[in-house]
Ligand binder design. Structure first.
Ligand SMILES: [Zn+2]
Length: 303
């Protein structure tokens, strides 16, 4: 089974307003030549690409941009409804994750409850790039509700758009949450890059923390040894690659690699000679299959 632990879709007509500026600047920053590839992400396109890539299940993740980058046409609630609809349409393929901004206080708790109980969400996504520290004690009632509902939490870690705030995205902010909420499974999106070493420490220390390799397409395209080294370090530090999950961050890097090509990149990873000399372990074919799906299936109890 192949599992994509990190994907998005956008509604027709989005982005616009302040969100368009954010995404436009992101596309420019990332050097995307065809912005349409990034902006046009319907559920139909997502599923067609999943079919081509042989990806069985997808964590479809909503983001609450609204407090920092409001849209005139789409509220955060609308975006959560969109992934709820996608789940209704493809219940065997889609695992919906609600986008929640913890600064909404009781409103965040109510929206999380609605997303889980009415839309079928199995987790929530925090996007601290919009300006909050995830482990602030003020947000603990939201996490207590998440624990009560039995859901997982994806936390964006690492690099973000030029107009967002990187200071809130250190992987270490997941550590306190992981200790205080042992019953919750946390996924550090994007392996904390460029703070992968910090992500390795947090995932190594906490049995309930995982990292996904979504958004590593750019690094892989220019420096293939970087991804190999990070996964190999995980194997060395954690005793196996079980904490590493595959992800595409579709449609964000669709211009660099199709989903099918990104799956193939993982299967084609070759043990670089310098890492052999450094004594880092080889990533075996079995390790690659675990990363592509076995780890997520076990961590998230997928069948
Ligand atoms: Zn993402």
């Amino acid at each position: 089974m192949i599992v994509d632990a990190h994907c998005h879709i956008w509604p027709e007509g989005m982005p616009e307003g302040s969100l368009l500026k954010l995404m436009d600047n992101t596309a420019e920053f990332a050097g995307f030549k065809n912005k349409e590839n990034f902006f046009k992400a319907s559920i139909e396109r997502l599923i067609a690409e999943k079919d081509a890539a042989g990806i069985d299940k997808t964590l479809l993740v909503s983001v609450d941009f609204e407090l920092a980058w409001p849209s005139a046409t789409h509220s955060a609630r609308d975006l959560n409804d969109l992934i709820g609809d996608a789940y209704k349409q493809y219940p065997d393929r889609i695992i919906p994750y609600a986008g929640i901004d913890p600064r909404r206080g009781v409103g965040a708790i109510a929206e999380l409850k609605r997303c889980v109980e009415e839309l079928g969400c199995r987790g929530m996504k925090l996007w601290p790039l919009s300006g909050f520290t995830p482990d602030d004690i003020e947000y603990y009632p939201l996490y207590e509700e998440a624990a009560r509902l039995g859901i997982n939490i994806i936390v964006h870690t690492g690099m973000g758009p030029p107009d967002s705030y990187l200071r809130y995205c250190r992987p270490v902010y997941v550590d306190k949450l992981a200790v205080d909420f042992r019953e919750i499974v946390f996924i550090m999106a994007h392996f904390g890059a460029p703070w992968a070493d910090e992500a390795l420490a947090v995932a190594g220390k906490n049995r309930n923390v995982y990292s996904d390799i979504s958004a590593w397409q750019h690094t892989h395209a220019v420096f293939p040894m970087g991804l190999y080294q990070t996964i190999s370090m995980a194997k060395l530090m954690h005793g196996s690659v079980q904490k590493v999950l595959f992800g595409t961050d579709f449609p964000c890097f669709a211009e660099l690699y199709s989903q099918k090509a990104w799956v193939q990149c993982i299967r084609d990873l070759e043990y670089p000679a310098p890492l052999q000399i450094m004594g880092l372990p080889e990533i075996t074919d079995q390790d690659k299959e675990m990363i592509l799906g076995g780890n997520a299936a076990a961590a998230l109890q997928l069948d």
